[in-house]
Design a protein around this ligand. Structure first.
Ligand SMILES: [Mg+2]
Length: 227
């Protein structure tokens, strides 16, 4: 029956593309790391993040700047990994199980830090190959040594580029809280067939305005995807 649904399109959406920060988890990874560096770093990073999320400045201009301000160590990333798991949204695990059980393909696409997100996605039974995020590198001592500057996910338009390259079964529903998630539907040709604004953590008007659905919690997800 599951196979039937994979091939037969018995669900409204065949694939779901999910964001992580302020969507699967209430944590904003970069801001959480910045808070560990004190008030001044935190203020400068938050300012840059907000401007990028509202589409006021380009993502590529703030990505390197924020990480250079924070310089997260391997230890910081391990702690953030635990934080993501502790702050997973209520109902997310059950919702993902339900749609996966109906044969829906689940892919995680995040502009966040891959090494910190892996423990969360593993706990949600998402294989590492279905997590697309930005990798960090560290020195042997575990100090920050940079990020994957080739990753399209550090730039505006990066999520659509990644999703197009995956050739996921369609129709595709994209879910997230930010403008980079909305781009999955608004950047043409659209990488996703529909966009759901997730407002359970943060509600942003420019994101809601371009959405096909508004999800306040994960309990609502199976209904949207399956019926
Ligand atoms: Mg987000």
């Amino acid at each position: 029956m599951t196979t039937d649904r994979v091939n037969g399109g018995h669900t409204r959406f065949a694939s779901v593309v999910l964001d992580v920060d302020s969507t699967l988890s209430s944590t904003e990874g970069i801001e959480w790391l910045a808070a560990r560096r004190g008030a001044e770093v935190s203020r400068r990073v938050t300012e840059a993040t907000q401007e990028a999320m509202h589409g006021e400045i380009a993502l590529q201009d703030v990505y390197a700047k924020r990480l250079d301000l924070i310089r997260p160590t391997h230890r910081d990333i391990e702690m953030l990994g635990r934080e993501y798991i502790e702050t997973v949204l209520p109902g997310a695990r059950d919702a993902l199980s339900a749609i996966r059980g109906a044969g829906v393909r689940i892919v995680i696409v995040s502009g966040g830090l891959r090494e910190a997100i892996i423990p969360l996605t593993r706990s949600l039974n998402v294989p590492d190959s279905d997590l697309h995020a930005v990798s960090l590198s560290f020195t042997e001592a575990g100090d920050y040594a940079g990020f994957d500057i080739r990753s399209p996910l550090t730039r505006n338009g990066g999520k659509p580029a990644v999703v197009r390259s995956l050739h996921l079964p369609r129709p595709i529903l994209a879910i997230g809280d930010g403008i980079t998630d909305a781009e999955l539907k608004t950047d043409l040709p659209a990488a996703a067939d529909a966009f759901a604004a997730f407002t359970g953590v943060a509600a942003r008007d420019p994101v809601i305005r371009v959405s096909d659905y508004v999800l306040r919690c994960f309990d609502q997800l199976p209904t949207v995807v399956l019926s």
